[in-house]
Design a binder for this molecule. Structure first.
Ligand code: NAP
Length: 344
């Protein structure tokens, strides 16, 4: 198959850089358009976006001129746009691209709870893309979930299917890269932790329900979340306590998580099989050692143990800018391709 051209909005930010990095040598996609704000437009990429990942900015990107976010500038043949725009501007810009007939995969929270916008994790709810047909106009928008909602929903998916989830409490320890660049004030992060990570708690309480439910009927169980930003570069760790129907043992829960293959997503280049990696070490998962599991796309699960209050408890760790954002958007674009949405 010849490479499918994709456009990237917000290409200069933390998530945009990850997307460009992950798309280097991608088997299906090729970057045909990069755009950001007026601050960056017209400038060479390396100058507009000092490289914040390991290594250097790929040579062929460094001199590429950044465009403004204008659908009229998109080269012929591009049908799909991956957006890593700042949340404060994403809504109207992405709407403009949808109206111009593009399929937009967005990382921003603006669209996630819109009833006609599917909130998709390829392993969990690939069928929710049916909602795309119900959106008005020529184009459509698909949203990636929040960077903690993704590892939580992935961990719960096989449990909800097999037993049914009755209630969840979750605490998170979230990396600073989750707030973009420059992100949180150094005053809040150096030698401290910050017990108020924006609107993360609200998002984590509702997004998994939309993902784990049917397209028109969210799952119905309470989630109580506490989210804390910690001085770690990349990787969000979640401490989850779950009440499951029938009170299965921790051993049964661990077995189910280990055996889950992620369904049709196993055929997508960015989705590792299995999606959940169980560790039996008592000192893991840890951001330092485990965030790169499955190329940053696997969620590492550890300390699956019986809980005297809720029934079962475990830790889940995901790479926030890969599984939680850039890699999630690419995997969703692959899913759309697999389902024929990019066919001419
Ligand atoms: P970021 O580093 O602050 O990057 C924001 C991007 O938006 C930059 O490319 C910036 O371009 C562009 N932008 C800002 N204002 C603009 C405007 N008026 N017009 C056009 N472009 C504009 O943020 P990030 O961490 O990459 O996050 C990007 C999105 O992903 C956000 O919606 C965020 O909530 C979401 N997200 C992030 C993570 C994470 O772990 N970081 C996880 C999940 C979801 P300039 O460089 O030109 O200003």
């Amino acid at each position: 198959m010849s490479a499918i051209p994709v456009g990237i909005l917000g290409a200069t930010g933390m998530v945009g850089q990850r997307m460009l990095h992950l798309l280097e040598g991608h088997p299906w996609f090729q970057v045909a358009f990069i755009a950001a704000s007026q601050r960056s437009a017209g400038r060479p990429y390396a100058e507009a976006a000092p490289w914040r990942l390991h290594g250097e900015c790929p040579g062929h990107l460094a001199g590429r001129i950044v465009s403004s976010c204008d659908p009229a500038l998109i080269p012929a043949g591009v049908k799909i746009i991956l957006s890593a725009l700042d949340g404060s501007v994403a809504g109207p810009i992405e709407e403009m691209f949808r109206a111009a007939g593009f399929l937009v995969v967005t990382n921003a929270s603006a669209w996630r709870m819109d009833p006609l916008v599917p909130l998709v994790i390829p392993e969990v709810n690939p069928d929710h893309t049916a909602l795309l047909h119900r959106q008005p106009g020529a184009g459509a928008i698909l949203a990636n979930p929040n960077c903690c909602a993704i590892p939580l929903a992935l961990a719960l998916a096989p449990l909800h299917r097999a037993f049914g989830v009755e209630a969840i409490t979750v605490s998170t320890w979230q990396a600073v890269s989750g707030a973009g660049y420059p992100g949180e004030s150094a005053w809040d992060m150096v030698g401290s932790v910050h017990p108020h990570a924006g609107k993360e708690e609200e998002k984590l309480a509702i997004e998994p329900l939309k993902i784990l439910g049917a397209p028109d009927a969210p799952a119905d169980f309470p989630i109580s979340a506490r989210c804390v930003r910690v001085p770690v570069a990349d990787g969000h760790l979640l401490g989850v306590h779950a009440r499951l129907t029938g009170a299965p043992s921790a051993a049964a829960v661990a077995r189910l998580m280990t055996d889950w293959d992620g369904g049709v997503a196993a055929e997508l280049p960015s989705c590792p099989t299995p999606p959940l990696r169980l560790t039996t070490r008592r000192d893991r998962p840890s951001p330092r050692f485990d965030i790169h599991a499955g190329g940053g796309m696997a969620v590492t699960i550890g300390r699956v143990e019986d809980c005297p209050v809720m029934g079962v408890k475990f830790y889940a760790l995901g790479h926030n800018t890969i599984r939680g954002a850039a890699g999630a958007a690419i995997a969703n674009a692959e899913l759309l391709c697999q389902q024929g949405f990019l066919a001419s």
